[in-house]
Design a protein around this ligand. Structure first.
Ligand code: MN
Length: 228
């Protein structure tokens, strides 16, 4: 095959304890998957179920790398999230089989231009400019399931300059990880290499240039990045 310009390398994520890397296909995200976060955004979690959106795979940023403050926003928000790495393809996956499709887990920060998101919501427009901008998806190394097991509960937290902003528990997800996989696989065929950001707990808020952000989930590497 001859291409009219050089192909960029496929985006990939580091694997904890390995030289090998996890090649990424798509990045899906769950919106409002924690009741307290849905409420802080002005929604009733009992009336509106979570939903999906996506980010481009080349928006991923390795832990330890600086994240430039994006253009066209004055309200960049952090959202710490558990990330599922899919290792086995499937569609219409039953909840009971969902965990067998998981290769591993990571911690991510679903960076959001909150002001552009508010405008999009007001006008009923897509969220791409709010969610899918360049370098909008910092992510830790992926830990394999055979190393850390399945993460069904445990602390999920985020600090800015050492100050705790988000502090929740994975067991408070509205859709559990298996339910997220089952639901998403009725909309899209999930393929090995897909990542799913599973939603953020309450406490989202702004970051600014110079801030150091740390994100953690019990059992996984801490994701650390600076906003510059
Ligand atoms: Mn999010």
């Amino acid at each position: 095959m001859r291409y009219v310009f050089d192909l960029e390398e496929r985006p990939s994520v580091a694997l904890a304890g390995s030289e090998a890397r996890f090649p990424v296909r798509r990045v899906y995200c769950v919106g409002r998957n924690f009741a307290e976060h849905a409420r802080e955004m002005g929604y009733d979690p009992d009336r509106e179920p979570p939903f999906f959106f996506s980010k481009p795979a080349d928006a991923l940023v390795e832990s330890g790398c600086d994240v430039p403050y994006p253009p066209r926003t004055e309200n960049l928000h952090h959202e710490v999230e558990l990330v599922i790495a899919i290792g086995k393809s499937g569609r219409n996956i039953p909840v009971e089989e969902a965990e067998s499709h998981i290769y591993g887990y990571a911690v991510g920060n679903d960076l959001t231009r909150r002001d552009l998101q508010a405008l999009a919501k007001k006008d009923g427009r897509p969220w791409d400019t709010a969610k899918g901008f360049d370098q909008s998806a910092p992510i830790s190394a992926i830990h394999r399931v055979d190393e850390v097991g399945h993460l069904r509960s445990g602390r999920i937290w985020l600090t800015v300059n050492g100050e705790t902003r988000q502090d929740g528990d994975l067991n408070a997800m509205i859709w559990s990880v298996p339910e997220v996989i089952a639901e998403l696989s009725t909309l899209f065929e999930l393929r090995a290499g897909d990542l799913i950001f599973t939603g953020t707990p309450a406490g989202v808020g702004p970051v600014k240039p110079g801030d150091v952000v740390e994100c953690g989930v019990d059992g996984l590497d801490v994701l650390r990045h600076r906003i510059v």
